[in-house]
Every structure is written in C-alpha cells, then in structure tokens.
Design a protein around this ligand. Structure first.
Ligand code: SF4
Length: 360
C-alpha cells in the first residue's frame, strides 16, 4: 500500500490537441503506369505482415510510399524508430526498431546509422537526439506533440522542488528536454516503480502524469507527490466503459495502461505498459482481449496474434497520428524537420535519461 499521495497542479496546464480541422490530410489517388506497378511489386512481400489489419483494397495506397521509404533508408543510411501507437503500415512495413518509450530509448543507444527518423512524438525524438548527439534525428512532423509533455514547464518543476526540497524529481519520459533537465531521473510506465524505489528515499516528486503516479503509489511505500497532468487519450477511458465492454463482449480480458484513471485499472484484469500488454497477449493467448490504450496498439499486436479477437474501443492520439508514410518519405527526401537541442540543456537532460537506463 502507498504511504500517501499528494497532487499538485497549475491552472490551465494542459496542452491543446490540434483542432480537428488541422489534422493531417491524406489524399488517396490511384497509382499510375509502370512506376506504380514496380513500387507495388517491391513492397508486396511486406503486405503479408499486415494483411490481417489492412484490407487488400487499401494496400495500393501505401505500397508506393513503403517502397520509396525502403529505398531512401538505404540511400540516407537511416533507421526508423516507431512507437507502438504508430499505424501498422508504419510499424510493420518501414520501421527498423519498434516498441514503447523505454525500448525506443534503450535501442536508440545502439543505432548504427547516420540518420534516425522517429515515428512518434516530439519528446521521443528529443530523447533519441539526447542519446545520439552526433546523429541526425528527424521527426516527420514537428507538430507531433503530447498533451502530457505540454502540461508542465521547467518553472513548474523548480516550484515543486522549492516546495519539497528533500524529494528528488522523477520525470516521466513524456516531458520536454527542458523539464528533463530540471529532473533527477526519468522513468517510463514500464519502470516507474523500480526507478522510484532505486532512489532509496522517503518521498519523491513524480511528474507530470497524475494517474500514473496514483497507480504507482499503490504499489510502493515511497510517498509520491504528483502533478495534475493527464494524457488526453488515456484519461477518456472510464470504469463504466470497462463494465460495458464486459457486458457486450462476454469473457473479454481487459488490459489497461497505467496512464488510465485508477478506476479503470481497478476494473482491469491486468495493468502495464504497452510492452507489458503485448507480452501478456503473447504469453496468455486470451481468446478475446481489449487494450485500454491508444487505438493502433491493438492493430499492431493483432498482426502477430491473428487467432486472438481484439475488441477495439478506439481512442486515437491526434499527435501520434500526425506521423504518416508520406511525411516520413518527405522527411527522408528533404532531410527536413531535424531535432536540435541546446548542448548545455542536453547535458543536464541526458543525465536524467541515462540514470534511468542504468536502473535494472
Ligand atoms: S498517447 Fe497520450 S501520452 Fe502518448 S503521445 Fe498521445 S497524448 Fe502524449
């Protein structure tokens, strides 16, 4: 049981999602002539990977970009890191490294290429750059932000420190590089408890996700002082929705991400990071399952488990969905949208990330 939990907040803290009218627009056009046929032929073997989640009629829309990206990766000496919330045509057809935030941060250190394209949101690209200062890191759309990362500023962290001077600051990786620079150590949803307990202290400040902090506080004796930031995707799930899904889909196994409100985790069969959820499905092979997390996650896990029935309540992350095959292709063609970080800030932020990666 937790020692105690306090929640701190700053009014009007949350970053806004892009307005609906400002979402990326994908124009679907038929391919033409021999170029399109050649591109289709080159990309065709990859379709086998995603045929369970992408209908055959949609594949010709993706195939030319897939083929072009494969060619550009070789030409640019580039690798693509893709988060679990990317759509299947990115995740399974052009990505070299896939995973949750922790896996991407770890793998980013081992990349043997001149260029990293981060198919994910901005803080992930910053983390990749922190760990690879000599490499070129591109993000296909610079507007791919995160409501959680935008919920807190470096000034907020300094105020929290002044209020609780004995408590080290544990920053979720879903924060800006400037917030990481003010923090003692980072964590992800996969390692938060381990990170907090590695510090050997009576209490910690854990920011910015209130629900993750609440959920971790239930598993540790360390006192947790939280910040009232939320993920706009996970905060939409409710306990009532879980109950309704159980009624409409008898026997469904419910897996929930710890960024969901605690009432959702209380109703779930299992709680864990996206990597933990994927591992659960691989290990347990449930007949019918629902993942209370971003929508594309179920598609990506379903590819490897065609016999499992996935119930899909679809909460999309508008920031993750800014990344598309056409803008990955454009980033590689033009070598544009490079992520740069002030070196002094980077040194301080890198310490917090590296300290987390040293926790085993
Ligand atoms: S799913 Fe939530 S935490 Fe992840 S990038 Fe989107 S808004 Fe941020």
């Amino acid at each position: 049981m937790s020692a105690s939990l306090q929640i701190e907040s700053r009014p009007a803290a949350f970053g806004a999602a892009p307005p609906a009218g400002d979402m990326p627009l994908r124009v679907i056009a038929p391919g033409r002539g021999s170029d399109a046929a050649e591109a289709l032929a080159r990309a065709e073997p990859l379709y086998a990977r995603v045929k369970h989640v992408i209908p055959p009629i949609e594949w010709p829309v993706f195939a030319p970009d897939v083929a072009a990206i494969l060619r550009l990766k070789r030409a640019r000496d580039a690798v693509i890191l893709a988060h679990n919330y990317q759509t299947p045509e990115i995740f399974h057809c052009v990505a070299d490294i896939t995973g949750d935030s922790l896996a991407l941060a770890r793998e980013a250190m081992t990349v043997d290429a001149k260029v990293i394209v981060l198919a994910g949101v901005h803080f992930m690209a910053e983390t990749a750059k922190l760990l690879n200062p000599e490499k070129t890191v591109l993000i296909p759309d610079l507007r791919a932000g995160c409501s959680l990362a935008e919920s807190i500023t470096p000034e907020d962290v300094r105020l929290m420190r002044a209020r609780y001077p004995d408590a080290p600051v544990v920053a979720y990786v879903n924060t800006s590089v400037a917030v990481k620079a003010e923090s003692d150590i980072c964590c992800t949803s996969a390692n938060a408890k381990k990170v907090i307990e590695s510090l050997g202290v009576r209490r910690v400040i854990m920011l910015p996700d209130e629900y993750l902090a609440q959920n971790v506080a239930k598993q540790t004796k360390v006192e947790v002082i939280a910040w009232a930031g939320h993920c706009e995707v996970h905060q939409r799930f409710s306990g009532a929705e879980v109950r309704s899904l159980r009624e409409s889909h008898p026997g469904v196994i419910v897996l929930a991400h710890p960024e969901c409100p605690p009432e959702v985790l209380a109703e779930a069969d299992f709680a864990g990071s996206t990597a933990d959820m994927a591992a659960y499905v691989g290990r347990e092979h449930p007949r019918r399952v629902v993942l209370m997390t971003e929508c594309s996650m179920a598609d990506n896990v379903a590819v490897a488990h065609p016999s499992v029935e996935f119930v899909r309540p679809c909460n999309l992350c508008p920031h993750m969905k800014r990344i598309t095959l056409p803008n990955i292709r454009a980033a590689l063609e033009g070598m544009c949208h490079e992520v740069t970080i002030d070196p002094a800030l980077a040194d301080r932020a890198r310490r917090a990330v590296e300290r987390m990666l040293a926790v085993r």
